[in-house]
Design a protein around this ligand. Structure first.
Ligand SMILES: *Cc1c(COP(=O)(O)O)cnc(C)c1O
Length: 371
């Protein structure tokens, strides 16, 4: 059994992939070819945004947006410590300071009440300028944008949605990648909409941000390629990868339904065995991961062992919150600062999740929870 079975999806789309890929190969338009424009239009339409700028990775999507907003030394970016390292890494690369806020115990997303308190604290302390809220939609479930956007408005902060795991997730009838000033997603192969390499995209409704992002994506170019007006990157997405995503996008909505039906089956089968994910009213997840909670660190170890004996692959997202990572040592956080993130990191683990999991496989997984 595979944790994420890309092979089964490939078998399904092989023929159309070959057609679209040979078109790119024959055209030889490898850099920002027509497939890039086609994909960006389709993605922007899908999520309901004015603009999409495809780019080299989810990490670069976050970084380019913060660069465009000229975030730097002395600026505070509020985010969660229970996420992938890229979220705090991009803030630190620009010399700005991540201000961590603990998560909600059931959704694992940033807690809006604690966010409000942290913004107040940073404002009173007057050492850092509050600039951006960077919520992460963990495992595919959108954070509480109702409350977050209200807080952002009150304090005049920008919101950058880390939607690396949540392309296809929904809240109150809106798709992920449609909230806040900008949204960043990832096309890393294991993400809900993954290509066959690295890739990402930024979404926004702002004409100004859109123009700056286009410039940053090509080394800060101005009027033309040899006029450089700001610091930028080589941040482009490959045309070949765009062609792959165009094929995958055709079956994406059906795959989302399959993921949701698998998640519902998991929740039924695992009833009474572990704590299964909670999806708040009005929300749906894109199920980048199906993560469950054991009662204790010891119980998690036993369960992982028993799953392993039955040939079931598992993973732990995330074993160590970002405030306890060595790279973030100089921020001065310590064990005990974010008790919810710390406790969850000791009890959480993820089960295989992809649209092509079979009923027999789900039953085998559930049976492997010896209790
Ligand atoms: C995967 C991920 C990223 C980074 O995306 P890449 O495409 O791998 O650079 C950023 N944030 C979160 C929450 C992620 O899961």
């Amino acid at each position: 059994m595979q944790f994420i079975d890309l092979q089964r999806q490939y078998e399904r789309i092989k023929e159309r992939l070959n057609q679209r890929l040979s078109k790119v190969l024959e055209s030889c338009k490898f850099i920002l070819g027509p497939e890039i424009v086609e994909l960006e239009e389709k993605l922007a339409n899908f999520v309901g945004r004015k603009y999409c700028v495809s780019c080299s990775s989810g990490t670069d999507a976050l970084l380019m947006t913060l660069m465009a907003w000229e975030i730097g030394e002395g600026d505070a970016v509020f985010t969660t410590p229970f996420t992938f390292i890229a979220t705090s890494e991009v803030i630190r690369l620009l010399g700005a300071t991540p201000v961590f806020v603990d998560i909600e115990p059931t959704t694992f997303n940033i807690d809006p009440d604690k966010l409000l308190m942290e913004i107040e604290r940073v404002k009173k302390e007057r050492k850092l300028r509050p600039k951006v809220i960077l919520p992460v939609n963990l495992f595919g479930l959108p954070a509480d944008y109702g409350k977050i956007l209200k807080i952002a408005k009150t304090y005049e902060l920008r919101v950058l949605e880390d939607a690396a795991q949540s392309f296809g997730g929904k809240r109150d009838g809106k798709f992920s990648c449609s909230w806040g000033d900008a949204s960043a997603t990832s096309f890393f192969p294991a993400k809900p909409l993954g290509c066959y390499g690295d890739g990402g995209a930024i979404f926004t409704d702002s004409d100004e941000l859109y123009q700056i992002l286009l410039s940053i994506r090509i080394h800060g170019q101005g009027k033309d390629r040899y006029d450089n007006v700001r610091l930028g990157l080589n941040g482009r997405f490959d045309t070949i990868q765009a062609a792959i995503l165009l094929v995958k996008l055709e079956i994406f909505e059906e795959e989302l339904e399959l993921r949701n039906s698998i998640a519902n089956k998991y929740i039924q089968l695992l009833d009474g065995k572990v704590t299964t994910p909670v999806i708040p009213d009005g929300c749906s997840s894109s199920w980048a991961q199906f993560s469950v909670l054991a009662d204790s660190k010891e119980e998690r170890e036993q369960l992982l062992e028993s799953l392993k004996l039955n040939g079931i692959p598992t993973a732990i997202y995330y074993p160590k919150p970002l405030h306890l990572q060595k790279v973030n040592e100089d921020l001065g956080y310590k064990l005990g600062d974010f008790p919810i993130s710390e406790s969850i990191s000791e009890r959480i683990f993820s089960l295989p999740m992809h649209p092509y999991l079979k009923d027999e496989e789900l039953e085998l997984i559930a049976k492997s929870f010896s209790h």
